[in-house]
Structure formats: C-alpha cells, structure tokens
Design a binder for this molecule. Structure first.
Ligand SMILES: NC(=O)c1ccc[n+]([C@@H]2O[C@H](COP(=O)([O-])OP(=O)(O)OC[C@H]3O[C@@H](n4cnc5c(N)ncnc54)[C@H](OP(=O)(O)O)[C@@H]3O)[C@@H](O)[C@H]2O)c1
Length: 273
C-alpha cells in the first residue's frame, strides 16, 4: 500500500513512521508540504498517487491558537479539507487525527463517537472541529480518530514536564479539576495500523488508553512509578490561568474497537524505556 505520512516529525508522526516502517512510507513534514496550501496539496498528492495518507500534521499550540486564530483555522480546518479533497481525487484513504477538545467538556459520562461536537470552548477546538467537518464533507474514505492527552517518546508532553519540574522543585502543584484519558503515542500508532489492515469500516473512532484521571492523578502515577519523593498538591485550574480555556470533562468513550491497555500500564512501559 503506497502510504504518505504527513506531520512525520511530530510526536505522533514519528511513532507512525516507525509502526508503518515496513510499508516504506513517504514521510513529509512542513519542509515537504504545507497542508494549508490547497495547490501544493493537490499537486503533491496527485503526483504521488498514494493509496493511503495518514495526517498527523496540525497546529497544536492550544494557547497560541487564541492569538493565531487564522493560522490554526488554515492548518487544522482548511488544511484537512485540502487533504480530503486531494485524497478523494486519487481514491486514497485518509486517516486524520482530532481531539477531545472538539467537545465542550460538560458531559461527565464522556463522549461517544456519534455524539455531535458543538461549541468547543477554545480556538484550537474550533479549528479541529472545522477540520472534522471538511474531512467528512470532502471524502467518504476516511478514518477520523479522536485522541486526548498524548504522551510518547518523540515530543514535549506532560510526563516530561513533570519529570523536569521534579528535578528543580520539592513541591509541585497540579490541576485536579480537569479529567481526561491519557493516550500513549505508540499504542495509538499501532491501533491506527490495525484499523487499515483489518479493514474496519470508515468513520469516527475514539482511541485512547483505558481509564480516566485528572492531571493531578496522572502526576501522582508518574512519581509512583519513578519512585520520586516530590510532594504533589492538587489545585484548581484557576491557579494556573492559561490563554485557552480547557474542558473540565474531556473523556472520549470508545464503543467500536477492542480497548487498549490501561493508561497506567502504558505509562509504566513508557517510563521504563
Ligand atoms: N498532543 C496532544 O496532546 C494531542 C491531543 C489531542 C489530539 N492531538 C492531535 O494529534 C495529532 C498529532 O499531534 P502531535 O502532538 O503529534 O503534533 P506535533 O508534535 O505538534 O506535530 C505536528 C507536526 O505537524 C507539522 N505541521 C504544522 N503545520 C503544518 C503544515 N501547515 N503543513 C505540514 N505540516 C505541518 C509540525 O511542524 P512544526 O513543528 O514545524 O510546526 C509538526 O511536525 C494532531 O492532529 C493533534 O491535533 C494531539
């Protein structure tokens, strides 16, 4: 299967490049293609004639999106529309990643794949929702995968932030009023490959690790595994004001796929390697 991975230098993209390695994927990032540029996308996809495009490229700075709205919309919204249009022309499958932030975070029991996202509470969520809509409008051959709280060895993430903070501080305050489901990039990349190989029906999927937690609980587990003696204090989000609001209940419920291992097991593997 001729495969292109876009955003191949990002945290998830690098993991995908490894998982799909034996398919000899073509790996592109900003230097090779600008997904926000419709002509560039059309030209490069039509010249390459892929069977599968995996798009892990995105504008992922959640706080930055509040002031860079146009760029976020161009990349996360219209950029996805461009890819979907180009894939449809050459009959390629498009795998695209979205986020829990397309929901407004008020539903405590969590969001299923067929829940309709509305009123995202920050610009990043709005831009990703635009991408979801344009994807579904422009092609039928898509896997739309929502994930949350990504961690993995190829990018800046919460686990690394906590470990860095613990080197310099004896006490760390961590937010305890936002809940979500951590997602290990390696597990997500593997499940992505399964979707294609096992020819699951096209559509929307929620892929995270199993179980939910607050950021505070996530931090406690990190230091339990590493044996670090740092004191962790649970606090409310208002103690750490950010440019973008975060949803309080950001739980993606998977009703379609065999569940992944728990986030604690995945975290343990990540930390031990
Ligand atoms: N990280 C999370 O916690 C999280 C949570 C939920 C959903 N997601 C979604 O998961 C996917 C992967 O996220 P990630 O954290 O792996 O992202 P990432 O590490 O930020 O990587 C994104 C990659 O896309 C590239 N890129 C940005 N704009 C581009 C453009 N216009 N054309 C081509 N490439 C471009 C970036 O290049 P530069 O570095 O040069 O900008 C970067 O290499 C994204 O769709 C994201 O929205 C992530």
């Amino acid at each position: 299967m001729k495969t292109i991975i876009i955003g191949a230098k990002g945290m998830l993209g690098k993991e995908l490049a490894k998982i799909f390695q034996d398919w000899n994927p073509i790996c592109w990032d900003q230097a090779e293609i600008d997904i926000a540029d419709r002509e560039d996308v059309n030209e490069k996809i039509s010249e390459t004639k892929p069977d599968l495009v995996v798009n892990a490229a995105a504008y992922t700075n959640v706080d930055g999106a509040e002031t860079n709205r146009d760029l976020a919309m161009k990349v996360n919204g219209y950029g996805v529309g461009n890819l979907a249009e180009a894939c449809k022309k050459c009959n390629a499958i498009l795998i695209h990643y979205s986020t829990d932030y397309v929901f407004n975070g008020k539903k405590q029991e969590g969001y299923k794949e067929d829940d309709q996202p509305k009123n995202p509470i920050n610009v990043y969520g709005k831009s990703k929702l635009l991408g979801e809509k344009l994807l579904q409008k422009n092609t039928g051959k898509f896997y739309l995968i929502r994930l949350s709280w990504l961690f993995g060895k190829f990018g800046k993430n919460f686990v690394e932030t906590m470990l860095t903070l613990a080197q310099k501080n004896e006490i760390i305050k961590v937010v305890n009023d936002q809940r979500g489901k951590p997602t290990f990039a390696f597990d997500l990349a593997k499940k992505t490959r399964n979707l294609v190989e096992e020819k699951f029906p096209f559509g929307i999927y929620h892929i995270t690790n199993e179980g939910d937690c607050s950021w505070y609980e996530f931090a406690c587990e990190i230091f339990k595994i590493t044996g670090n003696k740092v004191e962790i204090i649970p606090v409310e989000s208002k103690e750490f004001p950010t440019a973008a609001k975060r949803p309080a209940w950001s739980i993606l419920v998977n009703t379609k796929l065999p569940p992944n291992r728990s986030w604690q097991e995945a975290l343990e593997e990540y930390l031990k390697n």
